[in-house]
Design a protein. Structure first.
Length: 451
């Protein structure tokens, strides 16, 4: 392979015979091969094979010696991540070259140059988190993969191959194909992330061919299917392993919808899941309390959008518990006025889940049109516009607001999508895959630029 990533143990020093320093953390040999130090030596503490709990920087330096370059460190127990590049990938690589930044989901941070990959390519894994604690989130892996495929070229295609390899190994080794994220620290499995892994593996199988990635995608899809539970004459996909173990079904909308999209991409039937979805979307929260909650939501979003910053948002926060209660009592996610609740658990959810819900519904509607999905999407978009919701989300720099341009494009509102992209740029967001002009075509069974 022209792109190969590995993690090295460093006790005192690590030698690289035949390589010379040619740039910041970059070595080259006489044959045009490069070695890029993605992450310099660190002491790392791992709670498991994939969950990083702490990072301690180590004093280190890179030296040229007669036999080759050497990394010297203070003490023992260090780890460093390196990428070896050859051929076209080495020729294409420039660690300092600027790329148009693009937003990584769900961190909502921008990926610019190759150097930004150091945040994620750690210890042979693809991780997400802060400077000291990180864990595997396949949603991040899929986002990085899509950005790499969209950028193209030998180096970024090597990045995509590496991310797919890591995701494939997770699917192959996870019990019953249910790869854990450990997001909550106890081996929890999140169904949305399983769906992201299936999407990534299906895309890679279609691109590179061969059976290994196809088998891994099927194994991941089996894991995804294991979270399906009978509901309303159909099948609903639960949010996570905790919900499943407790025998609950909180009707978490975005997880269910993305699971359906992943199953469609993988060639599996989604009819039962669509029946359950139509049943849930047909239910409405009714009565005076529901009407009052819808009106209070709109008033709160108008406040977030236009009120002085010192008071903006207080009304919106106060109404969220009432909205959650109304949705739980009615087992209905559609609230009077067009708002779509995250779930029916009874627990308040951040306002940004309306964006996530509408983005997922728009992607599903592009691929499996259904009347109640269409009407929920239409009323939700109308609410988001007239209540000032989108303006409020951009004003508050809510990360999921970056999904709005792609959401509107999927909904067939191209002019509004272009205007939303301009507004998001003005608010400081980098483009995301799916924006107008940034559509990819990774799945033969899905419309371009979806999900």
């Amino acid at each position: 392979m022209s792109f190969s990533s590995r993690t090295l143990s460093v006790d005192g020093e690590a030698a690289f015979p035949g390589f010379r320093i040619t740039g910041e953390r970059v070595l080259a040999d006489g044959n045009g091969n490069l070695l890029w130090i993605v992450n310099p030596p660190q002491r790392r503490s791992w709670a498991s094979d994939e969950i990083l709990t702490d990072v301690e920087p180590i004093d280190w330096r890179l030296e040229d010696r007669p036999g080759g370059a050497v990394v010297r460190v203070a003490g023992e127990g260090g780890e460093m991540d390196v990428v070896e590049l050859s051929g076209a990938a080495a020729t294409a690589f420039d660690s300092s070259a600027s790329e148009e930044p693009m937003t990584v989901v769900p961190t909502f941070r921008a990926l610019g140059s190759a150097a930004d990959l150091s945040e994620h390519l750690v210890g042979g894994h693809v991780l997400t988190g802060g400077p000291r604690r990180k864990w595997p989130v396949d949603q991040t892996a899929l986002s990085l993969y899509r950005i790499a495929r969209l950028r193209g070229g030998a180096f970024w295609h090597g990045v995509a191959d590496h991310i797919a390899e890591v995701t494939c190994t997770r699917a192959e080794t996870a019990p019953d194909g249910r790869a854990a994220s450990g997001h909550w620290g106890h081996g929890d499995v999140h169904v949305r992330f399983l769906a992201d892994a299936v999407l990534l593996l299906v895309a890679h199988a279609e691109w590179r061919g061969g059976q290994r990635f196809r088998r891994a995608a099927d194994r991941g899809a089996d894991g995804l299917e294991s979270f399906g539970t009978p509901y309303a004459g159909g099948r609903w996909y639960l949010h996570d392993s905790v919900e499943q173990s407790e025998g609950r079904n909180d009707l978490v909308l975005n997880t269910h919808v993305l699971a359906l999209i992943a199953l469609i991409a993988g060639g599996r039937g989604a009819a039962a899941g669509l029946r359950a979805l139509e049943s849930v979307l047909a239910a409405r929260a009714r009565g005076a309390r529901a009407i009052a909650a819808g009106a209070a939501l709109a008033a709160g979003d108008l406040s977030r959008a236009f009120a002085p910053r010192g008071i903006a948002g207080h009304a919106a926060k106060r109404v969220q518990p009432t909205v959650a209660s109304v949705a739980a009592e009615a087992r209905a996610l559609r609230i009077r006025g067009g708002f779509v609740a995250r779930d029916a658990s009874g627990r308040p959810a951040p306002a940004h889940y309306l964006t996530v819900n509408l983005a997922d519904l728009a992607a599903l509607q592009r691929n499996a049109p259904a009347p109640l999905v269409a009407s929920t999407l239409a009323t939700g978009l109308r609410y988001a516009r007239w209540s000032g919701y989108v303006r409020a989300e951009l004003r508050g720099r809510a990360g999921p607001a970056v999904l709005v341009p792609a959401m509107l494009r999927c909904a067939g509102r191209d002019g509004a999508a272009r205007r939303a992209a301009e507004a998001a740029r003005r608010a400081g967001f980098a483009p995301a895959v799916g924006w107008p002009g940034y559509e990819d075509r990774l799945w033969g069974r899905l419309a371009p630029g979806t999900p």
